[in-house]
Structure formats: structure tokens, C-alpha cells
Design a protein around this ligand. Structure first.
Ligand code: GCV
Length: 665
């Protein structure tokens, strides 16, 4: 009996460290001095105007502080002592603050955190005007407590850099996740409308990094999602996410009026089709009053769309937009289109969308993948960024590791995303970076921001590889503030996920930061592009001639103006010139833009062929280095998670060797 009890207790403890809590662990602070310090600044929680709208933020603050401080923190209506944490959420409460401070709270999703005096007591005020702002303020404060930051003299004022910070799920209604590597879909359409605490926990994770929108089903959309019974289920998901300030979107199939509605066409110019969508939108808003809108993949990879009827993308998107507009909804229309018969598929998206600039309605945004091919470990920035001055623009990133080693390889994608965000398009002069464009700071966009394809599934730790959670975390943090460095995000995540032991933090950061470059080395250096087979994981360069143009004498895709496909001309002239010349083309993209002899000398003095050969060896060695670093942490992090990461790193090395043998062999 005694043994059973012990086992149960041990089991619970182990379960607590299986990764389910991700970066919201809220484990007691183990340094006694720090614990005492934090307790002094968080003696009680005060919420002067309780309401359901603030419940989630209050609950999270109680949960977070009670866990971190290892004691229950009471919630009161007024401060009784110094050291209270006060949540201010109503305009009237703001009279406590100075005019200047009030001004700063006006930004809808922003928050302020101030060390100040209220009724003669030294307190910390977390203040916001909206439910979202308050949640973000609370999560930020908890992050300060958990990562060892000072809690005195606080004067923090933050607002998100971009309005849309979205997650896209490529989850099918039957539970299978397209390009998902963490188990089946977390959305249990077979169980819905019965809710699930996992939805709430997911919403907490997302809100904690500032995500405010989610599309819950695959862009290769099943028409059934718009069936009335499914909409009732979607309404339950919307409820779970709403509590955490996350707006629900659905991916829709353009042919729904035919396949679901029984019409004979889905032509956007047909009044019956327009009427069908209007009625469907009205039905959705009756169930989900704050519904975000539709995410659409059309005329891409076999999906139906307006081009089937001789209409443009703009005509198709606007027709849907007009059905949603009376309810305040929007359409996010993907620009991922290509024609496999084209000599250079990188050119298609720009070719179809650039001429449509200015033709999309105000409640339509075009969502563009970071590069012109398809989420490769290295490709240039998509040329449409900065060229759509009159079209709302959203950047699509892939958090799930479709081409970057699934959830077997440790690949921290944040540095690669930073490169995208920092890319200068020059379209409105120097400094027209992608991040400024999608933040709406260059052109007056109404809808703009980022969408990330989720890497979450039913696996207990959400993302399969424990380290893959750093990508989900980092994605949200970057959408909130693209100026954050990859290193600071890595460190935050490391502290929140693995604790504040300096050795652990340093090691985890040292593993994360070079990991994408390591993967690039043993897979596709120099921007050579797609070398994998159809599963997008294993090496199969022989089948990918279309992408790398390797022959007996040389390798690389000539996309230059003079001798190649002319793709370089889709960029602003400054970038065209830079990419067109072998001398100025960034070396890491050389083979994306140029076909060169194997004997071509790189800046290092090495030939291209020698470089490719060597990097495959280096990459494998560096992957081994990741494992060595991790092994040194044995005993410093909890055993279950340590073992699970070790097993993945071992599998990564074996797979890296496979890549090396295949490419170098
Ligand atoms: C959702 C790539 C992926 C597909 C994905 C598609 C897209 O082609 O391999 O799985 O489909 O991109 O982004 O629409």
C-alpha cells in the first residue's frame, strides 16, 4: 500500500516534468534569496473591478505566482500592504495613474507595468485597456518573476509590433495533421462540442506569447467544416480561445457552394454563389459573434478557386470578403501558387499577385510564404514583400519542421526568421524591411502581421521534440517584437522551460543558436534548395534536378536576368543587382541564383564541390556536438525530458549521417 502511494506520488512528479507545461511551468523559485525577494514584491493580488473578462488574467496570475512563490497568493479588492500586484482594467481605475501613463495604455493590445505608489503603499500595477492587453501584461510580469529579472523600479510599456499574430493549423477534420510531427490533431472534432482542458492549456501557451488569432483546420480544406453541425463544434473551440484573447478563423474550400451547398458553380460572379456565402457567414456569426474570418488556399496544388471560372484571385477573395464584411470579418488569401510546368516555379506567385495590387478589398489580406519555393532551410525572401503597397500583407512562416528535420532534428528556426524579417526590400527606400512592411509601418495596411504553421499535436509535450517548443515560443515572441534577438528569445525560453541553472541555460542556448546552420550544412548548403524526396525529410537529390540543376559540370539554378530565368528581376533593382552578380550574391544563396562549375572558388578559397563535401562532414560533427553538450546536463535537468531529448539527438545524428552519405557518396 505504502509503495503504491509512493509510486503514485512519484508518477505525479514525473508527469509534472514531461513537457506538458512547456514554458508555463511555474515551478517554485529554488534560490532562497530570490524567492524572498519575489515574495516581497508579490504579497497579494488586487483586482478592483472583477469581471468575467479579466478572469483568465487573474487566474493566470494567481496560478503563476502561487507556483513560483510556493505559496497561495490571495486575491483582494483593495491593497492592504506594500508589495501588492494590482490589476487595473477599467478606464476609471486609470485615474490612479498620471496623464502620461494613461496615454500609454491607450494602445488596444498593449500594457504597462509600473512600480508605483497607491494609497501610500508601494505596489506594482499591471494595467491595460483590454482583455488581451491585461493577459499580455500578466504573462510578461510572470516572465520577469520566473526568469530572475528585477521587480523593483519597473516602468514597462509594451504593445505588439503587428496587429495579426496568427497560428495556422494544417489539421484535417479526421485528426490527421498535414506535415505534423507531434501526433494527431489536438482538435477532436469527433468529440466536440465536448470541450477539453487541453484546448485551454494551448490557448494559455499561445496567449502567453501574444498570439491573437488561430485557424484551426487545414488550408487544404474539407468542405464539411462549414456544415452546420461542424460550426457548432467550432463555436466551442472559439469559446476556449476567446477566453485567452484568441480569435477563431476557419480555412474554407472555395468550391463549398457546390460541394456542400449543391449549387452548380462556385463562380464568384454568380449571385447564387454570393448569396450562399452571405448566408453561411450569417450562420457562422450567429454561433461565433467574434469570428475572425476565412483563410483560403485557392488555385494551388489542386485546390479550387476563382481562376477555374476565369476570375482573378482578387475577385474570388473580395466575394468572400463581402460576405464577411457586414460582420466585421476578414479574408486571408494565400499567395502560395505555382505551376509545376513552369521552368522556374519561384516566379509564379509574384507573376499572379503583383498585378493585382490595389484590387483587394480593405478586409482582405494576402498571406505570403517567407520564400518563393516552400519553407526551405535557406531561400531568398519572397519578392512580393514590399511590392504590394495597396494590399494588406501577412507573412507566413512554418513552425512545423516539414523540410527542416521534422520533430527529430533540433533546429531552432528563430535566427532564420530574423533574417527574413530584417531583409531590406528597398521598395520604399533603404530600410523597407519585411518586418516594417508586415507591421504596417511602410504602407497603411489594415490587416497585417504574421501567420505560423503550428507544430503542435496530441503528444504530451505538444511538439514532439522538447526543443521544438522553442520555435513555437519564438514565433510568438517575434510576432510581438521582431526586434528581439534570437539569443534573448532562446535564453528566455531556456529559463522558462528548463529552469535558471546557469549551466543549463548557457548550454541550451548554445545548442539552439547554431542548430539551423548545422542542419543547413548536412542537408542543403549554398542555397542549393530542395534535395529531399517526396516525404520532405530523407535525402534524394537525384529526383530533384528541377530544383538544383546539377549536371556533370556544375550545379545551381541560374535565375539571373541575363542568362537565367529572370527571377531576380522580381525584386527591387538594388536586390536584382545584388543577386544577379556572383560577386555580390550572398554566398549562402549562391546556388539558388547561379549555376556555377563545381570548381568555382568561394570566398574561403574552397571550390563549390569541396565546400559541399566538407560542410556535410562538419554538419554531422556539429550535430554530435549538440549531443555531447546535452549529455553534460545529465542530472541537472529532469531525467524524463533529458532522456527524451537524448534519444532525438541520437536519431538526428543517424539521419544526418544518412544525408552526408547520400550527398557525398
Ligand atoms: C498544406 C507544401 C506542403 C503542403 C502544403 C502546401 C501549402 O506544398 O508540402 O503540405 O499544404 O505547401 O502550403 O499549401
Amino acid at each position: 500500500m505504502f509503495t503504491t502511494v509512493l509510486l503514485v506520488v512519484a508518477g505525479l512528479a514525473a508527469r509534472g516534468e514531461d513537457g506538458y507545461e512547456a514554458w508555463l511551468r511555474y515551478r517554485p523559485i529554488d534560490d532562497p534569496a530570490r524567492l524572498e525577494y519575489c515574495r516581497t514584491y508579490c504579497r497579494e493580488i488586487v483586482i478592483s473591478s472583477p469581471s468575467r473578462e479579466w478572469d483568465a488574467a487573474t487566474r493566470e496570475l494567481v496560478r503563476g505566482l502561487s507556483g513560483l512563490l510556493d505559496r497561495r497568493v490571495a486575491v483582494l479588492g483593495a491593497p492592504t500592504q506594500s508589495g501588492a500586484v494590482i490589476l487595473l482594467v477599467k478606464r476609471s481605475d486609470l485615474s490612479l495613474l498620471s496623464v502620461d501613463e494613461r496615454e500609454r495604455v491607450r494602445i488596444a493590445e498593449g500594457f504597462i507595468i509600473l512600480s508605483t505608489q497607491v494609497e501610500g503603499k508601494s505596489v506594482t500595477v499591471i494595467s491595460a485597456e483590454t482583455q488581451r492587453g491585461l493577459l499580455y501584461g500578466v504573462f510578461h510580469f510572470l516572465r520577469l518573476v520566473a526568469t530572475g529579472e528585477p521587480l523593483e523600479g519597473l516602468s514597462i510599456s509594451q504593445q505588439p509590433a503587428m496587429p495579426l499574430r496568427m497560428i495556422n493549423h494544417w489539421d484535417n477534420l479526421n485528426g490527421v495533421v498535414e506535415r505534423g510531427y507531434a501526433g494527431r490533431s489536438i482538435f477532436r472534432w469527433d468529440q466536440l462540442p465536448i470541450g477539453d482542458s487541453r484546448y485551454t492549456d494551448y490557448a494559455r501557451m499561445l496567449a502567453s506569447v501574444g498570439i491573437n488569432a488561430i485557424a484551426v483546420n487545414n488550408v487544404n480544406a474539407a468542405v464539411e467544416v462549414l456544415r452546420s453541425d461542424m460550426l457548432e463544434k467550432a463555436a466551442v473551440l472559439a469559446e476556449h480561445f476567446r477566453e485567452y484573447g484568441i480569435t477563431l478563423y476557419l480555412s474554407v474550400n472555395f468550391a463549398s457552394p457546390m460541394r456542400l451547398g449543391g449549387l452548380s458553380t462556385a463562380d464568384p460572379a454568380d449571385p447564387a454563389v454570393q448569396g450562399w456565402w452571405k448566408a453561411k457567414a450569417a450562420e457562422i456569426y450567429r454561433l461565433i459573434p467574434d469570428f475572425g474570418g476565412f483563410l483560403v488556399k485557392a488555385n494551388s496544388e489542386g485546390q479550387p478557386g476563382p481562376l477555374d471560372y476565369g476570375r482573378t484571385h482578387a475577385e474570388g477573395a473580395n466575394m468572400l470578403g463581402r460576405a464577411l464584411a457586414p460582420h466585421g470579418g476578414s479574408v486571408i488569401w494565400r499567395a502560395f501558387v505555382y505551376n509545376p510546368r513552369m521552368a522556374d516555379r519561384a516566379m509564379e506567385s509574384y507573376r499572379e499577385f503583383a498585378p493585382l495590387d490595389g484590387r483587394f478589398d480593405a478586409n482582405v489580406a494576402v498571406q505570403i510564404k517567407n520564400g518563393p519555393i516552400d519553407f526551405q532551410i535557406r531561400e531568398p525572401v519572397h519578392p512580393l514583400f514590399g511590392q504590394l503597397a495597396r494590399t494588406n500583407t501577412v507573412l507566413e512562416l512554418q513552425i512545423t519542421q516539414e523540410y527542416t528535420g521534422r520533430s527529430t532534428h533540433l533546429v531552432y528556426l528563430v535566427p532564420t526568421w530574423k533574417e527574413v524579417l530584417d531583409f531590406d526590400t528597398y521598395t520604399a527606400g533603404r530600410g523597407t524591411t519585411v518586418s516594417r512592411v508586415i507591421a504596417g509601418r511602410v504602407f497603411p495596411y489594415r490587416i497585417c502581421g504574421m501567420a505560423g504553421v503550428s507544430n503542435v499535436g496530441q503528444e504530451r509535450n505538444w511538439t514532439g521534440h522538447h526543443f521544438a517548443a522553442a520555435n513555437l515560443y519564438g514565433y510568438g515572441r517575434l510576432a510581438w517584437d521582431p526586434e528581439l534577438s534570437a539569443e534573448s528569445i532562446a535564453e528566455e525560453w531556456a529559463r522558462l522551460t528548463w529552469g535558471n541553472d546557469p549551466v543549463v541555460v548557457r548550454t541550451v542556448v548554445d545548442m539552439l543558436l547554431p542548430s539551423a546552420a548545422i542542419y543547413e550544412k548536412y542537408t542543403s548548403p549554398l542555397g542549393v534548395g530542395v534535395l529531399c524526396n517526396g516525404n520532405h525529410y530523407d535525402p534524394r537529390p537525384a529526383s530533384r534536378e528541377y530544383f538544383h540543376h546539377a549536371d556533370g559540370l556544375g550545379v545551381g539554378f541560374d535565375r539571373t536576368r541575363r542568362s537565367g530565368s529572370g527571377y531576380t528581376q522580381q525584386y527591387h533593382a538594388v536586390n536584382t543587382r545584388r543577386f544577379d552578380s556572383r560577386a555580390t550574391c550572398p554566398e549562402e544563396l549562391l546556388l539558388f541564383f547561379h549555376h556555377v562549375p563545381y570548381t568555382y572558388r568561394l570566398k574561403s578559397g574552397k571550390t563549390v564541390i569541396q565546400h559541399i563535401y566538407d560542410t556535410h562532414y562538419e554538419g554531422v560533427e556539429e550535430a554530435r556536438g549538440l549531443l555531447e553538450k546535452w549529455l553534460a546536463l545529465e542530472g541537472r535537468v529532469n531525467p524524463q525530458r533529458h532522456r527524451e531529448v537524448r534519444l532525438r539527438l541520437e536519431a538526428q545524428i543517424a539521419h544526418a549521417e544518412k544525408w552526408r552519405e547520400e550527398i557525398n557518396g
